[in-house]
Design a protein. Structure first.
Length: 375
């Protein structure tokens, strides 16, 4: 009996091997051996009790193999049932091939491969559907992982964008603050420059601005051969007002006088504050006669002006020294010095007057000044 089982196992194992595929694994071989043993036992039982039921039993191994292992193996098992049944019939002393080739053996052995193929096809379709489902689950898991990865990436990008936005905002605020600082620095620089060139009491350009303006006008006058005049103005007898009413009242007199001078000169002329009580008027393209007429007009305007200090009426006067040149002699400093010497001569004559001197070389200037002083 054991020899018969070994022969059946050796006969059935190559039949269960798919074409080109490896044979059954040890587990599948054990299952196949168990099924084969059960079929042999069932075959012997049917031969002794009901031989007609053998033909119905023939398709069971093919159906089982097809449903368990697929179309190809189900078909192979169905085909292998014919020699297997012939061998089993021979073991019990019956003509196997004769019974198989007769009816209904032909139909039974013809239906066995077909049944194995059909159930094998169903098995393959079931595997394909399961494979599609597995792939769908795998794709769904991959999509979920991808979505999580994308969400994490988007979150990271959002944080980076927010950081970049905050950085840009901070940079913009820093740049705005820097611009404001630069603008404030520029305004401060302008204010400092203006303060350095402006008399704070009268809001007129000061001595430094006067020297720069006079230098440029001197160069322009020499290049274009045009006259240039300087008028140095001094307020007469301001000390009594300062002693009687204080410094603020004296400053009021100085500011009102500066306002009269500023409103009475030409648009091309410039008025400067040289000191506490002195002013300078630079007249481009202004000859000596016109400069003297301008000085007389300014003296008269200041003389008729009335200054009210603490409900008290005061009259002030000014003395003017005029210097003009129509030749390229000396320098702008010589021209200003000549105008100051003319002012000294006017104050020496008794104040409230105008003295005009024409700028000349150094060796002739004392003679002209002496004539202006009446010596």
């Amino acid at each position: 009996m054991s020899h018969l089982r070994l022969r059946l196992l050796r006969l059935g194992e190559p039949l269960f091997s798919s074409c080109g595929k490896p044979a059954f694994s040890s587990r599948e071989a054990a299952v196949c051996f168990g099924c084969l043993t059960a079929y042999v036992l069932a075959f012997f039982v049917c031969c002794t009790e009901s031989p007609a039921s053998i033909w119905w039993l023939t398709s069971v191994p093919a159906i089982t193999a097809g449903w368990s292992w697929g179309l190809r193996r189900g078909f192979v098992v169905g085909v292998a049932m014919s020699p297997l049944n012939a061998l089993l019939f021979a073991c019990v002393g019956l003509p196997g091939w004769g019974l198989i080739s007769a009816m209904p053996g032909v139909w039974a052995h013809a239906l066995a491969p077909l049944a194995g193929a059909v159930f094998g096809r169903l098995h393959d379709l079931n595997l394909a559907v399961q494979k599609v489902r597995d792939e769908a689950r795998t794709n769904q898991r991959d999509l979920q992982l991808t979505r999580r990865s994308l969400d994490a990436t988007l979150h990271l990008l959002s944080e980076q964008a927010q950081q970049a936005h905050h950085s840009l905002a901070a940079q913009g605020r820093a740049e705005a603050e820097n611009r404001r600082s630069q603008q404030e620095l520029a305004r401060t620089k302008i204010c400092l420059t203006r303060s350095s060139l402006t008399d704070l009491r009268t809001d007129l350009p000061n001595r430094r601005a006067a020297r720069d303006f006079l230098r440029h006008q001197w160069i322009a006058a020499q290049q274009r051969n045009r006259p240039l005049s300087c008028l140095v103005v001094a307020i007469d007898d301001l000390a009594p007002i300062r002693a009687l009413h204080g410094l603020e009242s004296a400053d009021q007199v100085v500011c009102e006088t500066a306002e009269i001078l500023r409103d009475s000169i030409r648009e091309t002329d410039r008025l400067f504050a040289l000191g506490d009580e002195e002013f300078l008027i630079v007249g481009p393209n202004l000859d000596a006669s016109n400069a003297q007429e301008c000085a007389e007009r300014l003296r008269a305007l200041v003389e008729v002006n009335t200054v009210i200090i603490r409900q008290t009426t005061h009259h002030v006067s000014i003395s003017l020294g005029v210097a003009c040149t129509t030749h390229a002699v000396g320098s702008e400093d010589d021209l200003l010095r000549t105008a100051q010497q003319a002012l000294f001569a006017a104050q020496f004559q008794g104040q409230n007057c105008v003295v005009c001197c024409e700028a000349a070389p150094a060796e002739r200037r004392p003679l002209r000044l002496a004539s202006a002083l009446g010596q």
